[in-house]
Design a protein around this ligand. Structure first.
Ligand code: FAD
Length: 265
């Protein structure tokens, strides 16, 4: 399991000017939304959420936003090129309840679209809030609608859907509808606001957290969070509200590859 499997890129989907989904043949066993893979391009290895799980075709997809050296290199690849994949890793989303609100911001939509497809498939009424800076960066609209989930979009510049933040839309949704659960992945500032809201509305919630990872399998300690030292790659990346309360660095700071703390803007 911990040795990368060398796989060919089967196809590439251009999701937005900055995001591409890379599809692979992969024997789907216990992969669930919220799990991540370590992706190796033979120079470096980085964690990436599984954004598509198809047990019928035995395919998985990884959606990568081009923001730096590694992601830029992967964006240069073509179908037929090879990557190393190991995983799945981490604790994914627990699907429970009959009506769920799923909130994703930016590339945080990667595990959220997989969640909306899987939860809708098993009969959960899923409402998805998809937030992005502008219309061209909204991700996976077609897949969410095809899954049967209700889609609510919002953009910072008002070019598509509600003009404003996903959290504004989430507050409106929570006050108008009765949700059994909230799931979320996106910028920490967004998740912090959601965290406060679910406390107010008393709705169980799960949040997918990002921290710098190296091994991805709980050995190196790179992604341990204060104060309890939980490893985000093993005990997370998905945490329930009561667990998040104990992560004192949430919304405050994160560590870089050297372990140096950087405050979260
Ligand atoms: C559990 C998890 C799931 C993720 N899922 C996705 C996903 O589905 N799609 C996606 O595009 N990105 C995802 N990321 C983030 C992705 O791993 C980083 O954005 C990527 O590694 C950046 O690499 P870079 O060399 O292109 O950029 P760099 O310029 O090296 O880094 C840019 C920023 O990315 C973050 N980053 C860099 N290396 C790592 C690392 N090893 N671990 C964690 N964060 C890092 C840091 O905040 C850094 O400041 C996920 C991260 C985690 C922890």
């Amino acid at each position: 399991m911990h040795v990368p499997k060398i796989v060919k890129i089967k196809r590439i989907i251009e999701e937005s000017p900055t995001v591409k989904t890379f599809m692979f043949d992969w024997e789907v066993k216990n992969e669930i939304p919220g799990h991540f893979m370590m992706v190796w391009n033979f120079y470096d290895e980085k964690p990436m959420s599984i954004s598509m799980i198809d047990p019928l075709k035995n395919e998985i997809g990884i959606s990568i936003k081009n923001i730096g050296k590694f992601t830029g290199q992967v964006h240069e690849l073509s179908p037929g090129d090879k990557l190393g994949l190991r995983g799945p890793y981490g604790r994914g989303f627990h699907i429970t309840g009959s009506k769920v609100l799923a909130v994703g911001g930016g590339i945080g939509m990667a595990p959220i679209v997989a969640f909306s497809e899987e939860a809708s498939r098993i009969g959960v009424d899923v409402h998805v809030i998809s937030a992005a800076g502008t219309m061209n960066e909204l991700l996976f609209n077609d897949r969410i609608q095809r899954s049967g989930s209700k889609l609510l979009t919002c953009t910072d510049d008002g070019s598509h859907g509600f003009c404003g933040f996903g959290t504004d839309l989430a507050e409106k949704a929570m006050s108008e509808d009765d949700y059994d659960m909230i799931v979320s992945c996106g910028p920490e500032i967004m998740m912090k606001k959601l965290f406060e809201m679910v406390e107010k509305f008393k709705i169980p919630a799960q949040f997918s957290m990002e921290r710098y990872m190296k091994c991805g399998m709980g050995l190196c300690g790179q992604c341990c969070v204060d104060d309890l030292g939980w490893r985000v790659c093993v005990e997370g990346p998905v945490f329930w509200t009561d667990e998040l309360k104990m992560i004192t660095e949430f919304d405050k700071y994160k560590r870089d590859s050297s372990g140096v703390k950087h405050s979260i803007p």
